[in-house]
Design a protein around this ligand. Structure first.
Ligand code: APR
Length: 234
């Protein structure tokens, strides 16, 4: 058990497994999105250039699925902890916005968001609906691209720097529900380790980077978080 008073600078590093108990499908493994859909058709710039409408419709299916889900108690443990300690930071690979829906404020979204679109000329458009309000920019009629890091995309350098700053100065780093195969995010636990943080992995299955952590908790996200932060009641 971790007494949340002892550790103030906590980074939660989350992947799709964090949302699995909310019923948002993971990417890999049983029921994984990339088992059902070919990412080359739906999640890369080439696919978008070839058929933007098809790609936008795929993301609408994902938005609808996520809107039918709710954050679980593990998300709330993290947000409650964030209320106690402003230095609790979530670095997430998830695009579903679940941490924010649970009330977390300090959330760094490494892979973008399902709830934003981008016009190359006019910038970000926030859009929270099940379907997109517009497929094209209202000002210039250009196709709007989901503000998501797809396969082959570079991560936003400012976002990476924010994440590295938080990870490099935390005293506890808790990774939850990531398979550890997609870089550069999969390199972040190593950064925490080298900076001297105590590193914990929460994942019912071993990941590709399990060996890096000081402790592996083979439990689901909600059970493990409620267990290790017993002093946080949600
Ligand atoms: N609690 C904790 N972990 C879980 C749970 C759970 N209830 N259920 C599943 N997991 C674990 C799985 O064992 C697996 O290791 O979550 C992990 C999910 O792995 P992926 O589906 O590969 O998700 P993630 O690591 O977030 O993927 C990284 O890949 O496709 C890209 O951009 C996409 O952000 C995504 C990135």
């Amino acid at each position: 058990m971790i007494n949340s008073v002892d550790y103030k600078k906590i980074v939660f590093f989350t992947g799709a497994g964090m949302s699995a108990e909310s019923n948002v499908p993971t990417y890999r493994g049983k029921g994984g999105i990339w088992n059902k859909y070919n990412w080359e058709e739906f999640a890369c710039q080439t696919a978008f250039d070839r058929d933007p409408e098809k790609v936008l419709k795929f993301h609408e299916i994902r938005r609808k699925a996520v809107l039918e889900c709710k954050p679980h108690s593990g998300h709330f443990v993290i947000s409650e902890l964030g209320k106690k300690h402003p230095q609790v930071i979530v670095v997430t690979q998830n695009i579903d916005g679940m941490h924010q829906r649970a009330g977390s404020k300090n959330v760094i979204e490494l892979h973008g968001s399902l709830w934003r679109l981008m016009c190359p000329k006019h910038g970000i458009v926030e859009d929270m609906g099940e379907t997109y309000k517009n497929y094209k920019c209202e000002k210039c009629n250009t196709w709007l691209r989901p503000d998501i890091i797809w396969f082959g995309d570079m991560l936003n350098q400012d976002v990476i720097q924010q994440a590295i700053k938080a990870i490099g100065s935390c005293d506890i780093f808790i990774s939850i529900g990531t398979s550890g195969v997609v870089y550069p995010a999969a390199g972040f636990p190593e950064i925490a380790k080298r900076a001297g943080a105590f590193c914990i992995e929460i994942n019912p299955e071993p990941s590709a980077i399990s060996h890096i952590y000081d402790q592996n908790i083979r439990e689901c996200a909600s059970a493990a978080l409620n267990h290790i932060f017993k002093d946080i009641s949600v």
